[in-house]
Design a protein around this ligand. Structure first.
Ligand code: ZN
Length: 400
C-alpha cells in the first residue's frame, strides 16, 4: 500500500514545486507530477500545503520533561517523541559536561534508545564537552570541565563506535589538537565549542579536523583589543572561514534577527545548521518566571520564552523546537527554501545521515505538512503519520 500526498508544495533543494509525493515502505518512492492511486492506496489531499523534509536537530539535550543525561533509554525516547510532534523526525541527543562515568551511562542510554520504538530516528549521540574552556563555560557545569591532555578519553570515544557522531571541544586547551586527530580518525565531527580561542588558534585547529562551530556567538570568543591591535576570535573565524560550518540557535532569543541575517550573509545557505540546544524543558509547557533545576544541578529560570541562569548573566539552553527555529529564520527574511535546508538537509549531511533531510526518491519518508502560516498540519516519521492536525476541531496553534 502506498500513501500519496497530493498537490503539496514540496520544498525541494532547488525550490518549491507543487507535486505528488508517494510514500511506500517507510521511504519516499517518487516525487512526480502524475500519480495514479491503486486500489487500497491512501490519498491525502495536501493541496496548497507546504511539504518540508522532517527536521533534523543535531544539538538537543532534552525535551518533554526528560534529558538525555539521565542515562535512561526511556527518557531519550520520550524527549525524541516530544520533538517529533513539532516536526523533528531525526535527533542527535546531546550530552552536557559531566564526569566520565556519567557520560558513559548517558551514551549507553542513548544507544539503547536508538533500538527502541520511537517517533523520531535517533541518529547517534553528540558529546558537548567535557573538554570546554572554563572562560566560556556558559551553562555548562564549571566543575566538570576537563583538559584533554590530562585525561584518557578513549573509553568514552569507543563507547559507541559509529554512534558518537559529533564532539564539541575547545581547541585551545592542551591536548585538544591531538583529540581533534582522534575524533577525525573515528569519523566523529570535531566542533569548536565553548571556546576562548583566538582566530589564529582556530586556524591552527583546522588541520586537526575541526570543521564546525557549536552555537555561533554563544559561549564563543569574539573580537578583543590588545593594546593597539585587534584580535579576532571564534565568532569571526566561524563567520569568515569556509572550512567551518556553524550551528545556530535560532529560537529568536539567543541571537537577534540582525545577527541571524549577518550569519546568513557570511555563511550562505549551505553552511548553517539550525539547532535548538533544547533542554529537558523544551517542546513542553512552561510557566513564565518559574525556577527549574537542571539535572546537573544548575538553577535556571524560564523568562521571556527562554531559559536563563538564575543570575540572568547567561542563557541556559533553549526551550525551542526546530519548528520555532525555522519560523524565526523566515521572520528574519531568509527564504523558506533556505531556512528549511538549514533545518533538515545541512544538519543531516553534517552528521552523515544520508537518507535524511531531503525530499527525493529513496530518502526516508520523514515529512512535515505546514499551512501558509507555517503551522504544522501533519508529521510523518518513516512513513507513519505521528501527528495529524488537519481536522480544524483539533487544530492547535504552534507557539512562536
Ligand atoms: Zn548545548
Amino acid at each position: 500500500m502506498k500513501t500519496i500526498l497530493r498537490g503539496a508544495r514540496a520544498i525541494l533543494p532547488e525550490g518549491i514545486r507543487q507535486t505528488q509525493v508517494i510514500i511506500a515502505d517507510q521511504r519516499i518512492l517518487d516525487v512526480t507530477d502524475h500519480a495514479d492511486p491503486a486500489e487500497g492506496d491512501r490519498v491525502i489531499d495536501a493541496d496548497g500545503l507546504y511539504l518540508s523534509p522532517g527536521f533534523v536537530d543535531i544539538h538537543v539535550h532534552g525535551g518533554g520533561g526528560r534529558s538525555a543525561m539521565s542515562g535512561k533509554a526511556e527518557d531519550t525516547v520520550i524527549l525524541a517523541n516530544a520533538h517529533a510532534q513539532h516536526g523533528t523526525t531525526s535527533i542527535l541527543p546531546t550530552t552536557l559536561a559531566a564526569p566520565i562515568p556519567t557520560l558513559l551511562r548517558a551514551v549507553e542510554g542513548i544507544r539503547r534508545a536508538a533500538r527502541m520504538p520511537c517517533d523520531a530516528t535517533i541518529l547517534g549521540a553528540h558529546l558537548e564537552g567535557p573538554c570546554l574552556s572554563p572562560a566560556q563555560s556558559g551553562a555548562q557545569s564549571p566543575d566538570d570541565l576537563i583538559i584533554p591532555a590530562e585525561t584518557d578519553l578513549s573509553p568514552l570515544l569507543d563507547a559507541w563506535p559509529r554512534g558518537i557522531r559529533m564532539m564539541g571541544v575547545a581547541p585551545e586547551l592542551p591536548g585538544a589538537l591531538e583529540l581533534g586527530d582522534q575524533l577525525t580518525r573515528r569519523g566523529i565531527v570535531a566542533s569548536i565549542a565553548h571556546s576562548n580561542a583566538t582566530y589564529d588558534q582556530v586556524l591552527a585547529a583546522l588541520p586537526h579536523g575541526y570543521s564546525d562551530v557549536t552555537h555561533l556567538y554563544s559561549s564563543c570568543s569574539g573580537l578583543i583589543r590588545i593594546h593597539s591591535y585587534r584580535v579576532p576570535g571564534v565568532i569571526e573565524a566561524g563567520l569568515n572561514l569556509d572550512e567551518l560550518t556553524v550551528q545556530v540557535i535560532a529560537d529568536g532569543k539567543h541571537l537577534p534577527l540582525s545577527l541571524l541575517q549577518l550569519i546568513y550573509r557570511c555563511k550562505g545557505a549551505d553552511k548553517i545548521e539550525l539547532i535548538t540546544d533544547g533542554l529537558e524543558f523544551a517542546a513542553g509547557e512552561l510557566k513564565e518566571g518559574t525556577v527549574y533545576r537542571q539535572l546537573n544541578g544548575m538553577e535556571t529560570v524560564y523568562e521571556d520564552g527562554v531559559m536563563k541562569l538564575l543570575s540572568r548573566e547567561s542563557f541556559a539552553g533553549s526551550v525551542a523546537t526546530m519548528h520555532r527555529c525555522l519560523r524565526t529564520m523566515v521572520s528574519a527574511g531568509i527564504p523558506l527554501v533556505q531556512a528549511v535546508r538549514m533545518a533538515s538537509e545541512n544538519p543531516a549531511r553534517r552528521v552523515g545521515a544520508a537518507r535524511k533531510g531531503r525530499i527525493a526518491p529513496g530518502m526516508d519518508a520523514d515529512l512535515v505538512l505546514m499551512d501558509e502560516g507555517l503551522n504544522i498540519r501533519m508529521v510523518f516519521a518513516m512513513g507513519r503519520a505521528i501527528r495529524d492536525a488537519r481536522d480544524p476541531g483539533k487544530q492547535r496553534t504552534d507557539p512562536q
